[in-house]
Design a protein around this ligand. Structure first.
Ligand code: SF4
Ligand code: SF4
Length: 63
């Protein structure tokens, strides 16, 4: 099962906490922009970590 994650820009405060716990450094934070790039291995750590629930699953396929 492969999940794809996205950061909701309306909830994110760009604290960079998720970026510091991501094992593959897939989260890139710039001033008011946070993105998850292709290095993401869909581990879900960032989703569980974010205190604001800003990381959301956008795709889940049955591979
Ligand atoms: S932990 Fe949450 S609020 Fe902080 S940068 Fe990540 S997604 Fe945004
Ligand atoms: S799901 Fe895992 S690998 Fe992907 S951005 Fe979040 S912490 Fe990083």
């Amino acid at each position: 099962m492969k999940k794809k994650f996205r950061i909701d820009q309306t909830k994110c405060t760009f604290c960079a906490g998720c970026a510091s716990v991501c094992p593959t450094m897939a989260i890139v934070i710039h001033d008011h922009d946070s993105t998850i790039n292709a290095k993401c291995i869909s581990c879900g750590i960032c989703e569980r970590f974010c205190p604001l629930g800003a990381v959301e699953i956008i795709q889940e396929d049955s591979k």
